[in-house]
Design a protein around this ligand. Structure first.
Ligand code: 8CM
Length: 364
């Protein structure tokens, strides 16, 4: 019977357990380049015992950054820093994953701890965001994104493919495309942000076209024997919650036919008015339905903090992996503590010997 501490196989990859570190933006990069902050941070998380570690949202182009401090893989020169991080994650027993994204109309902001608002137009670091349509996320924002031309769309899809190739060259073994949280992919899918009248807007098939073509472009460069996964916001928590959920299921079926292996079931966050029903484990029922109705492997996150809950979700085959974020920031050794709380023998949990010895054997 699977449990939180059972291995998980996907393509040629085996995770040592079902605990995954969610992509968590650090906003500490410069011009997209990683540095010592990232190396220490990711090494620490990997050493703590997670099975999968997904490196933070990494922009596929400079204008796709959420903030000026985002990680980026839009140039070959950036590969080296990522390779060093991937190598460190791997040598500490976790599978190195990476999330590639483009923030679309949510690009060009200050980090959350400085307010998260769009950069002032006079700020030398500011840039012009692009989006499916010239509609801002905040209704009365003076920062209107520019509607992408067909050339912009094709270039951005090529940016995704090029960044995926670089991620592979850097040694990553698990790829997540960020099509959630109101960023570019999600904003093409949502009727709230996509008002295009060409073949990228209107019907579901048209609104999904940007995502489907991007997945196809990435699939062509990302090796077939490594997991290709998508974080998709599966529902807009507004008057059309069920409608957007059934649309997402259809999109996921298309993704499956293109060779996508797993969905990281996320939020849409398409408009500031969404009434997200925050609460412990609230996305698990959606993930379970995605798994049952598409046959895709799934993971989810959001307010899952208790090992016993996570273990039950795996055991009951509601999800295949569980993504943790703040829980791991607060305690990178949470996997070890979780195993202990569940009465699991040390041999089943990966903790480096110098840590495990003292934690297991020092009794006074
Ligand atoms: C950053 C800010 C806001 C989000 C995010 C991120 C990074 C990754 C992600 O979601 O999946 O919603």
């Amino acid at each position: 019977m699977p449990s939180l501490f059972s291995p998980f196989n996907l393509k040629r990859i085996t995770l040592r357990n079902r605990i995954a570190a969610s992509p968590m933006c650090q906003y500490q990069a410069q011009d997209g380049f990683l540095n010592e902050w990232h190396k220490t941070h990711y090494t620490m998380l990997a050493r703590g015992g997670v099975g999968l570690l997904v490196v933070e949202a990494t922009a596929v182009s400079p204008e796709g950054r959420i903030t000026p401090g985002d990680a980026g893989l839009w140039s070959d020169a950036q590969v080296e820093g990522f390779a060093s991080v991937a190598q460190s994650i791997k040598s500490n027993g976790a599978v190195p994953g990476i999330q590639l994204g483009h923030a679309g109309r949510k690009a060009g902001c200050t980090p959350p701890w400085e307010g998260g608002a769009p950069l002032a137009k006079t700020d030398p670091q500011a840039w012009q965001p692009v989006a499916p349509s010239a509609l801002s996320y905040m209704p009365e924002s003076p920062h209107l994104p520019i509607a992408m031309t067909l050339t912009d769309i094709q270039r951005t899809q090529q940016n995704f493919a090029d960044a995926a190739r670089r991620a592979y060259e850097a040694g990553f073994e698990w790829l997540e495309l960020h099509f959630a949280h109101g960023f570019l992919g999600q904003s093409f899918l949502s009727q709230h942000s996509n008002r295009r009248t060409d073949h990228y807007g209107g019907s579901l098939e048209n609104r999904a076209r940007f995502l489907v073509e991007t997945v196809t472009a990435v699939r062509n460069v990302w090796p077939n024997d490594l997991p290709l996964t998508i974080r998709l916001g599966v529902t807009e928590f507004d008057n059309g919650t069920e409608h957007s959920f059934s649309e997402a299921l259809q999109v996921l079926r298309w993704f499956k036919s293109l060779g996508v292996d797993l969905v990281d079931v996320g939020l849409a966050l398409s408009t500031p008015d969404e009434q997200v029903p925050w609460g412990p484990n609230f996305m698990v029922p959606y993930a379970e339905r995605v798994r049952a109705e598409t046959g895709l492997a799934v993971g989810t996150s959001w307010m899952i903090t208790r090992a016993k809950d996570a273990d039950a979700f795996i055991r009951d085959e509601q999800v295949d992996v569980v993504f943790f974020a703040r829980t791991l920031l607060a305690n990178p050794h949470w996997p070890f503590q979780a195993a202990r709380d569940m009465g699991i023998e040390q041999s089943e949990v990966v903790l480096p010997t110098p840590y495990a010895f003292w934690l297991q054997n020092w009794t006074c």
